[in-house]
Every structure is written in structure tokens, then in C-alpha cells.
Design a protein around this ligand. Sequence first.
Ligand SMILES: Cc1ncc(COP(=O)(O)O)c(C=O)c1O
Length: 394
Amino acid sequence: MIYLDSNATSQVHPEVVEAMLPFLTGQWFNPSSGYRAAKEVRQAVATAREQVADLINARPDEIVFTGCGTESNNMTLKWLARWVGRKESKVVTTTIEHSAVLRPCEAMAEVGYEVHRCGVDREGRLRTDEFADLVDGSRPGFASVMWSNNETGVTNPVAEACRITKEAGWAFHTDAIQAVGKMPVDVREVPVDFLSLSGHKFHAPKGVGALYIRDGVRFEPMIRGGGQEDGRRSGTENVPFIIGLGKAAELMKGELERGGHADVKRRRDRLEERLVAEIEGVILNGSREHRSPNIIHASFENCEAAGLLILLDEAGVQCSAGSACMTGKQQPSHVQVAMGISPEQARSSLRISLSIFTTDDEVEEAATAIGKAVDKLRSVQGPPGVGPVVVYGG
Ligand SMILES: Cc1ncc(COP(=O)(O)O)c(C=O)c1O
């Protein structure tokens, strides 16, 4: 099996599992309890908070553990909506956000908020001129711009968007779920107010995330109860998963310090090079310069991605068409539509995402398997636009 779908979720790092296990077996105490054994658990949670803070150059007390990236996004956006109020306010986001930002923004629009979705250019990057026109300091408001896109890996000019937003006196949130752990993210360099991250995108398990809230920025919780997380997100802490998130953050920090996923990038480039050289009609989508080191987003002319995915799965290669959420649906993803990619090209595109566990041999095998799958599909498929005549068999 060759796993090339790490933007959907990543393999849990064995050292993360090892770090978590004691907190599922012997050290299962409630960190809020008073005895010594619980104090050790409390200490371990504090260490995890430091590890996560370190990864993005934050302070530990600026980190709130959450149940996932979706929750981090929702608790920020719902709070900001409440803070700015419906009357006279303006909300600015982008056309390429993940549904974990788009859906809460749609819910705001349904109850009367003025929500704007700023466009992107052909390369998939935020149009900063349009963004600057939308941000309007004469009214209360906030903006949410993702750091790196989950489908294309393209990174936005977040520093610029943050500067524009804050100059207008608005709050700025970024969904950095596909960026944290894969590229340098520094909240002192880019002074965002809120930043969402999610463990399962960088080798921690699914079901744990965090929200960075800049010190001094006003915040009221979505989940109230026992007052855990300094009252910002109540609920008994998911200790083993928080420990796992901390360990993964520490490992990724080391990885970034050792050269910023240079090996991942080298392997990604090698795979891309082979696809372009060996397969006719390959179009690489999105900015080549501003993108995550682990991802290829490519269209294969006259090849339905749905058919390619099945052939690749049979060959033991796992990847995605568009984003994981779009798999099985034949519509082009909203991200590709926003980039101006034609429906035909969009339907023939694959998202191939590597991780630190992808090997040189896997890259070579995957390149060969993708080439064969494309040949096979083209040989059984009708002319462009007709779609697959026979997809499987033989
Ligand atoms: C950019 C982005 N935002 C939000 C999410 C949701 O994160 P989670 O799965 O932790 O809820 C994802 C996951 O696919 C994502 O890629």
C-alpha cells in the first residue's frame, strides 16, 4: 500500500503512540484532581501545551486544546460573529476555505450578516487588492483567510491579509490546519489574533486540535462548563490525545528545524517530474512557488479522476480527487471553480499528498502506477467530454 493522501489525514507517528500509551493505561487520572498522580497528568498536559506553543512560536497560555480543527474554526467564527454583532458589521473570508469555515459563514449570512468571499487568482492565491477593498475599517468586522489550501496546497499571502485586516481595526483568524507542522508558522512574525490547527494533519491522532488566541485578544467560549482550558473550552481534557498532539508538535518542530521537510519536497518534486515527463497531457494546478512541500495537484487530460482513483486503489495507491469531502461526487470542487479551472479539467484532477513517511521507492512505484492507470483509462474511455465507457475490467 502506498499512502499518498496525507492531506486527508496522516499516519500517526509511532513516537506519538508511544507517548500517548501511558495516559491510556496507568496514568488515566483526571488532571483536575488533587492527588499527586493527577498532578503528574496535569504536568504532562502543561508540557504538551508548551510543545504546541513552541511549534508556532506562541506562549503556552495562548493555546486552547479542542476536539478538532473544525471546532477551533467554529469557536472562533461564532465568537467573532457575536462580538461584532449583526448590525452594520462585515465578515470577509475567501472562496477557497474549507467547509469548516464556509459553513459557519453561511450560517451567519442566513441570519443576516453581510458575508463576503474574496476571490483567488488563477494560481489559487488570495487577491489582496480585492481583499483590501472588502475590509472596511469604518464598520465593525473580522476576516478569516486560510494559510494553506487543503486541495491545492497553495499558501495565501496571510501576512499581507493579516496586516490589512488589523490596520482596519478588525480581528483576523487563519485556518492554518494544512500549514502547521508542514511549513514554518510563526504567530509573532504574522500577528494573527486566532489560528486553528489540527493534530491529524501532522502525525497526531484524529480528534484533537488547538486554537491559538493571541494574548489580550477578547474571547468568550462556545462550550461552557467546568472551566477547563482557563474557561475557554470546558470539558475534561482528552489527555492521551493532547499528549499525542504535543509530541507530534515537538517532532514536527525538529523536522522543520532540520530543513523544513526538505526530503518530503525532494520526493514530491521527483514524483511531479516523472508524471510530467512520462504522461502526456498533465497539467499542474496552483502556484508552484507558494505551496506546501508535500502536495501535487494535477489534472490528467481525458481521464475522469473517479476512474483513476479506482484503478490506483486496485494498484495499492491511495490518493484523492479534489478534497476528501468531494470524493464520490462528480462536481468540480469549489476551490477549482474559484481558480477558474474548467469543469472538465477539474474532474480529471488528483490531489497527491506525501508525508515524512513516504519513501523514495514508494515515489517511484506510484509514478509508474499512475502512468499505467492513466494509459488504461484513456484506452477504455471515449473522446473528451464523453466520460468513461468502461472503467474497470481486465
Ligand atoms: C483546511 C482545513 N480546515 C479544517 C479542516 C477540519 O479539520 P478537522 O478534521 O480536524 O476537523 C481540515 C481537514 O480536512 C482542513 O484541511
